[in-house]
Design a protein around this ligand. Structure first.
Ligand SMILES: *[C@@H]1O[C@H](CO)[C@@H](O)[C@H](O)[C@H]1NC(C)=O
Ligand SMILES: *[C@@H]1O[C@H](CO)[C@@H](O)[C@H](O)[C@H]1NC(C)=O
Length: 613
């Protein structure tokens, strides 16, 4: 990979992360979609054709790239430019060779196995190159060579009834049975023997565990990924296919289920990781469309934030250029963008609000009320990207999830808290009965340590497509949850910004959809009510996990209740408090009320699922 030293360009830049590496290398373009000059082939054009669901067939749309990749010099260039595209080509070649029973199969098979081992499950699940999908191929069935040894049907095998485990996957709903066996006592006691006795059965169990980990205790994902890779590296793919173990099918399935985002960003790496003045030389590439939209509104945001600072008369005493940001996409959220902006405007903070509009409907809804709209595409990463870019431009940013209903402007309590402790750099909402953070409302101050911390968090999230945003947030703040072992976290404890909770008892509160949330005290003092409306990302896993574990059941449609009041338009035009306007809203609010004050020492926030390798 290129490693351009830009220390010279930055001069005495404070940004440690950037001093060492090119932003393009920190946020790697696995899908090869960023513009590049003089490339061997139009990678992103090819990728696009491969994405069309089985239209002409993968082979048919790949003839030209495959013929280009057919000589050593071009292959070398492809490794530099787009290694995953090259792997994609090799998979297609391999399958074609097997299908023709041609000896070229051997050559391509080892290239594919090598490439898969190099990138691993984490990268291959996130890329849009349909590598796993292609591996689940009919060609194997036509080869139809039973591999008795790897099938582990032999009753002499002792550790586990492997045949029974394998047949679980023939069931329509195999999930629970597979999990029960994968985590069963037999495999736990003697996993080393299991790995020797039936490598592919062992690999399958590890894939199932990686799947479960990735949405519960993600710190264990890596261990299972390593085990799985170790086995797959040693067994030729045609033998895996012939063994009857469903691995080649499951790789794609697991990826689809646990993936929460792709390797896709709306802002360029330079826009995200560099300070705007330092990045001038970097900006030879055109600004992204998100950045163009933002550039157009930055002067207005600055003016509005500075006027507010003057109005609240804290300039000088407290340096704060506070703006607000949210994002929306999807039919459940996008229609409410205009009312979200309306409510903010009614509370006097509409001019300081930026909305990341991740689909057409959100954009239309934002533009209909002349909001500050920034175009983008759906990705949970954008919850980190927009605040980071705004921080790079010297704004202090309060992030508000769109399912937050503002009762009052957050300005007064924020100023109060920052005056009490001027060292604080990050404020975040929390739960009522546990000391867990909730990243639905976060105030980021534009300090060097916050910028660098958020940049590293973004890079981490980017590289871990299965990771849950709030969990990573908590882990990086050392707020109780884990996504990696301490030594693997890129930010050492002393570099964590100084943070504290926003008041979780009365001011910044959440709906009691989960039993640790809620509020107490005087409802007229509520600043923001987080409606906890569903998932923060698009992963199938979130929904499946929620459904299986009873979360998500009994959810009230609070979002619609608060944002779809055509009967009370004043909610989005005046600062009237919802519970003073409508008995229905008052009742809804009261269902989240705790009769007692918050416990003096709320339960510690920690893992709920025990780890077992
Ligand atoms: C809001 O309410 C209207 C009228 O009841 C309904 O037609 C519409 O679908 C609702 N919007 C959303 C996003 O649920
Ligand atoms: C945290 O761990 C302790 C000790 O294992 C346990 O008693 C407590 O209930 C846990 N807290 C939460 C919120 O899960």
């Amino acid at each position: 990979m290129r490693r351009v030293s830009i220390v010279v360009l930055l001069g005495a830049a404070e940004f440690v992360l950037v001093q060492v590496q090119d932003p393009e290398d920190l946020l790697v373009d696995y899908d090869c979609v960023r513009p590049r000059k003089n490339s061997l082939l139009d990678w992103s054009g090819w990728l696009q054709k491969l994405q069309q669901p089985r239209g002409e067939g993968w082979m048919a749309v790949s003839r030209e790239p495959l013929s280009l990749l057919n000589n050593e010099k071009n292959r070398q260039q492809a490794i530099e430019e787009c290694p995953l595209g090259l792997l994609m080509g090799d998979v297609l070649q391999m399958l074609a060779c097997f299908d023709k029973r041609h000896p070229c199969a051997g050559t391509f098979e080892s290239l594919v196995r090598e490439g898969m081992a190099f990138f691993g499950l984490r990268v291959l699940m996130g890329t849009r190159w349909p590598i796993y999908e292609t591996l689940h191929s009919d060609v194997w069935r036509r080869l139809a060579r039973e591999d008795a040894d790897l099938a582990c049907e032999d009753p002499e095998k002792r550790i586990l009834n492997w045949g029974r485990f394998k047949r679980v996957f023939d069931l329509e709903d195999w999930y629970q049975s597979a999990v029960d066996i994968a985590y069963g006592p037999e495999l736990e006691v003697s996993w080393r023997e299991a790995a020797l006795e039936c490598p592919l059965g062992f690999a399958t169990a590890n894939l199932i565990k990686a799947m479960l980990c990735s949405h519960t205790e993600s710190v264990c994902f890596r261990a299972h990924e390593t085990m799985l890779s170790a086995v797959l590296q040693d067994v030729p793919l045609q033998r895996v296919a012939g063994s009857g173990w469903p691995l080649l099918h499951l790789l794609g399935h697991v990826s689809r289920v646990v993936r929460r985002h792709r390797f896709q960003l709306d802002f360029t790496p330079g826009e995200l990781l560099l300070r705007p003045n330092a990045g001038r030389v970097q900006r030879e590439a055109a600004a992204s469309s998100s950045m163009q939209d933002l550039q157009a509104i930055i002067p207005k945001l600055r003016e509005a934030a500075d006027q507010t600072a003057t109005r609240f008369a804290f300039r000088g005493a407290l340096s704060l250029r506070l703006i607000y940001a949210t994002m929306a996409h999807g039919p459940r959220f996008s229609p409410y963008v205009s009312r979200f902006i309306g409510r903010a405007s009614a509370l006097g903070i509409g001019d300081e609000l930026v909305v990341f509009c991740l689909d057409e409907e959100a954009l239309a809804s934002c533009r209909a009320v002349q909001g500050h709209c920034v175009r983008g595409t759906p990705s949970i990463l954008n919850k980190f990207t927009l605040p980071l870019v705004l921080l790079q431009h010297d704004f202090d940013v309060m992030w508000l999830d769109l399912d937050v209903f503002l009762f009052q402007s957050p300005m007064t309590p924020v100023i109060r808290q920052l005056r009490e402790n001027t060292a604080l750099e990050l404020l975040i909402s929390g739960s009522f009965a546990v000391d867990c953070i909730c990243s639905g409302i976060v105030l980021f101050r534009s300090t060097e340590s916050v910028r660098s911390w958020l940049a590293q968090l973004l890079v981490w999230m980017y590289e871990h497509p299965y990771e849950h945003d709030q969990k990573a947030f908590s882990a990086f703040l050392r707020a109780g949850e884990r996504v990696a072992f301490e030594s693997e976290l890129p930010v050492p404890p002393e570099k964590v910004p100084k943070w504290d909770f926003l008041d979780p008892e009365t001011e910044f509160v959440s709906a009691r959809h989960v039993d640790v949330a809620g509020w107490t005290g005087d409802p007229d003092k509520i600043i923001a009510f987080h409606l906890l409306h569903g998932d923060s990302d698009d992963a199938d896993a979130s929904r499946q996990f929620a459904a299986r574990h009873g979360l998500g059941i009994g959810y009230e449609p609070l979002l619609d209740l608060f944002f779809n009041r055509t009967d009370f338009p004043e909610l989005y035009k005046t600062p009237v408090l919802p519970h003073r306007l409508s008995p229905e809203l008052r009742d809804a609010l009261w269902r989240s009320r705790w009769p007692a004050p918050r416990p003096k020492s709320p339960a510690r926030c920690n893992e709920t699922v025990p780890m077992r390798f």
